[in-house]
Design a protein around this ligand. Structure first.
Ligand code: IMP
Length: 423
């Protein structure tokens, strides 16, 4: 496997966790380069379910090194708990298989409270965040007042910096009418987590460059999806990091010319959690998938909004990320439908658009233009090869790849590792 950037081509929850786990077999190093514990990757191995929020899913495979890069925002208490949880499930986590960038910024309790308070204040215009403090943590990073993993590794320095940050943020919290934070409580919880994480903290840029020099292959696992990107997504209904391919470079310190391919992951339909425009949203599909027990969030348990496949969105995702190859997941979710719709264009004020408008107001007014394809009405979850899929399912997949302008490489027909078709 070449050095691969894996990105979500929709609004997140594309089933990246499973594809990452699948590709990790061929990788030596797996890197997270953006986002925080707003992400939730579900991986099922041998009937056991693992839900990962910050630690790359490569942790589930022996011999792989997982890196939390500089572009990630880390809640140290949450990572420490994630490590404990994995160990309880029999997965050993040590410096041998996990390293965390000393430059990664910390998510602190005031970030979470501010996230929550801003959402409350926005009322019906809320973003629908995961309330993990992601936006305020990236805000502090950009404002140059953030604390980093390297600070946490130095208890005295951390204590001093934290005191100043809590003093300032308690003023903000009281302006929101929220309870002020107790400095000692935060300090103690963070220093305890810091002690546990200290062996994992180092300069991951240097580690990754040494790995490249040694010819080791790297998989960059994206979190969230293209339309949640802070620059290219449906702003302001986005997350606060660059979820698109460029984020893998800035968030890891690996330069663009060392990347060999970009793999886009997308569902055979579309979903979105949180608020914001979603042109192909459809109640019938939402109800059908929820009745099947599908499409509930791994992080917050929220029911996801569901709709038809949106090729206007994935076409744009192909451009922004430079997607070479596609993995299409959740194919089996459409097994029962007699007719399936694909949105090929949006209609806005009488004009046909083949890429989404950047303006939120315009996007909200876009109406999807559909083409229809016959369904296959046959279970696909046991298909293991391309030829095992019904002809109509193959035609549907080929059409999605054609509209997205990328080569179809992987099809997933269920959550387990073996339910994967490689073309
Ligand atoms: P935040 O990242 O918690 O600030 O949330 C901002 C938006 O991104 C909200 O619409 C969330 O639902 C969405 N979001 C954040 N992380 C994920 C994810 O891992 N999957 C899907 N949506 C996400």
């Amino acid at each position: 496997m070449a050095n691969t950037i894996l990105v979500g081509a929709q609004w997140g929850d594309e089933g990246k966790g499973k594809i990452i786990d699948f590709l990790t077999e061929q990788a030596d190093v797996v890197v997270r380069s953006q986002g925080g514990n707003n992400a939730g990757h579900t991986v099922i191995v041998g009937g056991t379910k693992y839900v990962l929020h910050l630690i790359p899913s490569g942790i589930l495979r022996p011999g792989k090194v997982c890196v939390i890069g500089n572009g990630v925002v880390v809640d140290p208490v949450a990572v420490a708990a994630e490590i404990d949880g994995l160990e309880k499930q029999g997965i050993a986590v040590s410096r041998q298989n996990l390293i965390i960038s000393d430059c990664a910024h910390l998510v602190l309790p005031y970030h979470r409270v501010i996230d929550e308070q801003r959402e409350l204040k926005k009322g019906k215009n809320k973003i629908g965040t995961t309330k993990r403090g992601i936006g305020p943590a990236y805000g502090d990073k950009a404002a140059r007042v953030g604390l980093r993993m390297s600070d946490l590794a130095q208890p005295e320095l951390f204590t001093e910096k934290l005191a100043a940050r809590i003093e300032e943020n308690n003023v903000v919290l009281s302006a929101f009418g929220a309870e002020p934070l107790k400095f000692e409580e935060v300090r103690d919880a963070y220093l305890a987590a810091g002690k546990k994480l200290a062996p994992f903290i180092e300069n991951t840029v240097v580690y990754l460059h040494e790995a490249l020099k040694a010819g080791r292959e790297i998989l960059f696992e994206g979190a969230q999806g293209t339309f949640l990107d802070i620059d290219h997504g449906t702003y302001p209904y986005v997350t606060s990091s660059n979820t698109t391919a460029g984020g893998a470079c800035t968030g890891s310190g690996v330069p663009p010319h060392r990347m060999d391919r970009v793999l886009g992951v997308m569902k055979a339909y579309t979903t979105r959690v949180g608020e914001g425009p979603f042109p192909t949203e459809n109640d019938e599909i939402s109800n059908m998938l929820h009745d099947m027990g599908r499409e509930f969030g791994a992080t917050t348990g929220r029911a996801r909004r569901c709709g038809w496949f949106d090729a206007v969105a994935t076409r744009y995702a192909g451009m922004v990320n430079g997607i070479d190859e596609l993995a299409i997941t959740n194919m089996d979710g459409l097994d029962t439908l007699a007719t399936i719709r694909i949105c090929t264009h949006y209609r806005l004020d009488g004009n046909l658009l083949d890429v989404p408008p950047s303006d939120l107001g315009q996007l909200t007014r876009c109406e999807p233009v559909y083409e229809e394809m016959p369904g296959w009405q046959t279970p696909t979850h046991e298909a293991r090869n391309w030829k095992d899929l019904p002809a109509n399912a193959r035609s549907y997949l080929e059409r999605l790849a054609e509209l997205t302008d990328a080569r179809l490489a992987i099809v997933s027909v269920g959550p387990n590792r073996e339910q994967t078709i490689v073309l």
